[in-house]
Design a protein around this ligand. Structure first.
Ligand code: MLT
Ligand code: MN
Ligand code: ZN
Length: 311
């Protein structure tokens, strides 16, 4: 299986248009301290011919242009992208669907909650139902990914609930923090993607608020996990003067600290672990930073746009 990291940054990308934090400044300086990144999405393929996108970021047009595997190959209209699978309804994961609107056959997989969010917004009607099949993604069972016409592309996907939060624009403030602002099952999912007739499998979990015991058990011994690397510290955006919100308030576990992801993964025996969906405030984006060195010492990689992984 081939996996392409299309975009390794969180919502807003890196640098973010209106952010003047030291990490964004370093990316703009383009002097080797930090490399710019586009927003959160990957692609996978069993045969190198038919690809599934996992999330569709606002930067999808640029990501397709920069990845020849996703360019049209035959006829006058063609795309190797046969399917799109969504992990939540966040802007950084669904806005790219609007880029895929030109009468191209596609299948679109999402939880009932995420399909509901798309159906409630008429702009996604640009995905003409004559061409785009919206298909359910039941929780807890593996199912084959099919193209628009129902032909399998050699990959299966199993979706499972992870702790998280409903998309920012769907938060119900009146429900309050105790009800997690109206979050329901299916608002944030993780995915296990497997190749047919092969042992190749990986987990893609770009948003996750905590590594619960059942989630840890599921990931134990995995070949490859691409995991939520939004923030290095829970208070990072507050102390940086960027936002009043902690990582927990946004539905993201932080990398460091006793409750962080590095600590939570220790002992799980995951063979390869990569942080993805990295916020522009995160000092691990600075290649010479002590935070970056500590993450790498902990056995983690920091995903980069354009990176290809073969498993
Ligand atoms: C998130 O990952 O928390 C969201 O993408 C935030 C947002 O929608 O701006
Ligand atoms: Mn996001
Ligand atoms: Zn910034």
């Amino acid at each position: 299986m081939r996996i392409l990291i299309l975009g390794s940054a969180a919502g807003g990308g890196f640098p973010q248009w209106n952010c003047n934090c030291p990490v964004c400044q370093a990316a703009r300086a383009n002097d080797g301290r930090a490399r710019a990144r586009t927003q959160s999405s990957i692609a996978a393929s069993a045969d190198g011919e038919r690809w599934a996108l996992f999330n569709a970021s606002p930067d999808l047009r640029q990501q397709i242009n920069e990845n020849p595997a996703l360019h049209p190959r035959t006829g006058t209209r063609h795309s190797p992208i046969s399917s799109v699978v969504l992990t939540n309804a966040d802007v950084d994961h669904v806005a790219g669907l609007l880029t895929l609107r030109e009468r191209q056959p596609l299948s679109l997989y999402a939880s009932d909650r995420v399909h509901g969010a798309l159906e409630a917004n008429p702009i996604f009607g640009v995905l003409n139902p004559d061409f785009v099949a919206r298909r359910p993604l039941p929780l807890g069972t593996a199912q084959e990914i099919h193209d628009r016409d129902g032909t399998g592309i050699g990959l299966s996907v199993e979706a499972f609930t992870v702790p998280g939060k409903v998309a920012l624009y769907l938060e119900d403030e009146s429900a309050g923090a105790d009800a997690n602002f109206g979050t329901r099952e299916g608002d944030t999912i993780g995915l296990c993607v497997r190749q047919r007739d092969s042992d190749a499998a990986f987990f893609y979990i770009p948003g996750c608020a905590a590594l619960t015991p059942p989630l840890a058990a599921r990931l134990k011994g995995a070949q490859l996990v691409l995991f939520d690397g939004t923030l290095h510290e829970d208070e990072e955006m507050v102390s940086g003067g960027l936002s009043p919100k902690t990582g927990q308030r946004m539905g993201h576990i932080s990398i460091s600290g006793p409750n962080g992801s590095i600590a939570a993964f220790a002992g799980l025996g995951v063979q390869r672990r990569m942080f993805i969906h990295i916020n522009n405030s995160n000092p691990v984006l600075l290649e010479q930073s002590p935070e970056r060195a500590a993450v790498e010492r902990g056995g983690w990689e920091i995903a980069m746009d354009g990176q290809e992984i073969e498993i």
